[in-house]
Design a protein around this ligand. Structure first.
Ligand SMILES: [Zn+2]
Length: 455
């Protein structure tokens, strides 16, 4: 009887012990597997401040302070730097999210499972590839117009400049009311990564690439523009008759009729396949950011609608970051480098993250890229004016003017510089900015001059 009771008690103790040990093991396993995620979870007050990172210093490529978040959130002393970089470092209240910096919270906070947040006294530092000087210059170039300007190093993928307008001073946030909300429309968005735009004629680069791959002898063709090109279902028009053009002339004059003929010859299916192959509408992912997806939708489209799609209208939409990646691939001889904005993260002086240049899976044949370089150079020589760009820079470009519903047209420009010492690609959208050439060429020219001193 007594022995039985002792045995029963022993069994109970053993069972309890087993439960305890397995519970502890379960916790330890979970801890080592997930502790880093718990620590940097959005609820952790040690690492986050609002919903943006709050555990270190963020500087530009030259070491200029953009954000010191060791105790409270302190931005640059320079108001223009604060205003031009807020879409990358985030505001105080989490209205403007800064996922790129937050993505490296673990590396900045120096978390490890044994020591915990050992460096959380504030020695984490993230160095961005952005130049504060270029950010300010680009913001000033946009002025009070809405839009976005970005410049990238197409050999490495480093984003040197990407501003989004409207913007505001995080030290003096605006009061947004029903009356003034138009002025502040989309102010919390980073238009470079999160918005989409109708591309207009800058999309002719895609169609030209497709034509070079799909239509034999395209460079020997002649087009006759009367100002209107009839397709069986409707027509495509130009602002005026361009007369007789070859393929280079069609590109330089941005002749819709010639491009409608190109699309007609190629066929909807081939164009769609090439758009997919170049990943023109695919989002780009880097530094914890996934950009907005573009659109090229010709489902059930009539032939004239397909032709309009090939010249950047109909339902076309592009994300600027993704499109800049595509244009950069042309500049880089066909290989697209993954963009990035966080160059390096250190914690307590130790490098915890170092960006690497990565070639993406969106490749264009080299001969097509080289031909497009020549065509885009010819645009500058024939149309935009070599003298309108900085000396010593061989700029290749394409402008666009895109109709948006009920508003004045958006002005667009994209392109790159050929010189090895200036491996720069760029994209500009000025909302309601009118003609791409008139509005955007002076802006990029001015910014490329600044680039000479920055890189
Ligand atoms: Zn024309």
């Amino acid at each position: 009887m007594r022995m039985n009771r002792i045995a029963r008690r022993s069994t109970a103790v053993i069972i309890l012990a087993v439960i305890m040990v397995s519970g502890l093991s379960f916790f330890l396993v979970e801890y080592f597997m997930y502790a880093d995620q718990w620590v940097i979870s959005k609820g952790s007050p040690h690492v986050y401040d609002g919903s943006n990172i709050g555990c270190g210093i963020v500087t530009d490529r030259d070491g200029i302070l953009l954000l010191d978040d060791r105790n409270e959130r302190v931005f640059s002393e320079d108001q223009k730097i604060r205003m031009s970089t807020i879409h990358w470092v985030g505001d105080r209240y989490g209205y403007i999210q800064a996922p790129a910096v937050a993505h490296y919270a673990k590396e900045m906070a120096g978390f490890d499972p044994i020591g915990g947040l050992y460096s959380y006294s504030g020695v984490g530092q993230a160095t961005l590839s952005l130049s504060a000087r270029l950010q300010v210059a680009a913001m000033e170039a946009l002025g009070d117009r809405k839009g976005s300007i970005a410049i990238m190093d197409y050999r490495t993928g480093q984003i040197l400049c990407a501003v989004s307008s409207p913007t505001y001073d995080p030290d003096d946030p605006p009061e947004i009311t029903e009356e003034n909300q138009d002025i502040w429309e989309g102010v919390y968005l980073n238009r470079f990564t999160q918005s989409v735009y109708v591309p207009g004629s800058i999309f002719k680069i895609v169609t030209a690439a497709a034509a070079l791959e799909r239509i034999d002898g395209i460079l020997d063709q002649t087009f006759h523009c009367t100002g209107e090109y009839d397709l069986s279902t409707g027509s495509v028009t130009c602002e005026h008759a361009h007369g007789t053009l070859d393929f280079y002339g069609a590109m330089a004059n941005s002749c819709n009729c010639a491009f409608a003929s190109v699309v007609e010859q190629m066929g909807a299916q081939a164009l769609k396949e090439q758009v997919d192959r170049y990943s023109v509408t695919e989002p780009v992912s880097f530094d914890g950011i996934t950009t907005a997806a573009g659109r090229f939708d010709i489902t059930d489209a009539s032939l004239d609608q397909v032709a309009w799609s090939g010249i950047g209208q109909h339902k076309d939409q592009i994300n600027l970051c993704s499109y800049l990646t595509f244009v950069s691939a042309i500049a880089n001889g066909g290989a697209a480098q993954q963009p990035y904005v966080v160059s390096q993260v250190t914690c307590g002086g130790e490098v915890t993250y170092q960006a690497q240049t990565q070639t993406m899976d969106r490749v264009m044949p080299e001969e097509v890229a080289l031909e497009l370089q020549k065509m885009m150079r010819s645009n500058v020589e024939v149309k935009y004016g070599v003298d309108n760009f900085p000396e010593g820079m061989t700029v290749c470009a394409k402008t666009g003017t895109a109709q948006a519903d009920g508003k004045a047209s958006n002005a667009l420009l994209t392109g790159f510089v050929l010189e090895e010492e200036y491996p720069l690609s760029f994209i500009i959208v000025v909302e309601e900015g009118g003609y791409g050439q008139n509005t955007c060429v002076p802006i990029i020219s001015q910014l490329l001059e600044v680039c000479k001193e920055v890189i």
